[in-house]
Design a protein around this ligand. Sequence first.
Ligand code: ATP
Length: 353
Amino acid sequence: MRKHRIAAIPGDGIGKEVVAAGVEALTALAALDGGFELEFEHFDWGSDYYKGTGLMMPADGLEKLKPFDAIYFGSVGAPDLPDHITLWGLRLAICQPFDQYANVRPTRILAGIESPLRNAGVGDLDWVIVRENTEGEYAGQGGRSHRGHPEEVATEVAIFTRAGVRRIMRFAFQTAQARPRKFLTVVTKSNAQRNGLVMWDEIAAEVAKEFPDVTWDKMLVDAMTVRMTMKPRSLDTIVATNLHADILSDLAAALAGSMGIAPTANLNPERQFPSMFEPIHGSAFDITGMGIANPIGTFWSGQMMLEHLGEQAAADRLMRAIETVAANKALHTPDLGGNARTADVTAGLIAAL
Ligand code: ATP
């Protein structure tokens, strides 16, 4: 029997609730499949751990995670801790050292889910956003001098390396090539960011020559928000920098119906390190502990994890079950306008499996 070892890090807020739901669903799926086993180990890292130890994860946390086949992550962030501490202390502290440079975010309007876009339904919005996940605007370069004084200065330097841009561009062209439309939109802001993003555009044109069967175009990030809302059908695969894709993918999730549905994979495509799978939403303290968090984004992240682990048949089965659940309005949580609870959706998903 094939065995996959998964590190589960629920983190903070609703992360704990949706990862519990995801582990339950994936365990049921593995039992039904019979061909593979998922062995989960839980790590209680995050803001509560920080309040006890002063660290978001232990100093040897990465060593502990390294032997796992994948990481199943919830969310990070607490109302009484600064976001940059929680984010850099756990999520980015895993993504960067594990070189998870390709962040992949599929977005689709599922049958039964209403998009806020007038006249947009199933098939009108079917995108994969590829986000550069290790450098750019979130490289962590910068500093502050003369803190609190009127002459205080702070810098936040965006880093674009030829090697970093090349590998994400290649990954994006490959992603586009594997989809039926073979169409990639390269997001840029090279009119204003005239160094890093001009290089980004040049590298896009170079890499494009390796993929003659992929059609591609370029969009400035501001105009891209307009195209996403006005002409969602005109897009398919999208590649953007760390910051730009961060913003565009939240917009994409909202346009597809809810932040609670969208999944993401932080991939180390060379598989030197474990990759990490998580819903795109945050800790959502407004609904934490109420039992109404939508677990679909976490289920879908689990589907991406199974694909990554080579369990394609189980991944397909899970996706069909997700679609069945989404189409059933009785299983919609309040973010989708329904009254269902996390536990109802999880039970519904397992029944659909
Ligand atoms: P962060 O700052 O880490 O992004 P946040 O709590 O500010 O986190 P999100 O959690 O990303 O923001 O989402 C904003 C709002 O969307 C939440 O406050 C919540 O109301 C809603 N939301 C997000 N995810 C879910 C979900 N899984 N189920 C239901 N509602 C959700």
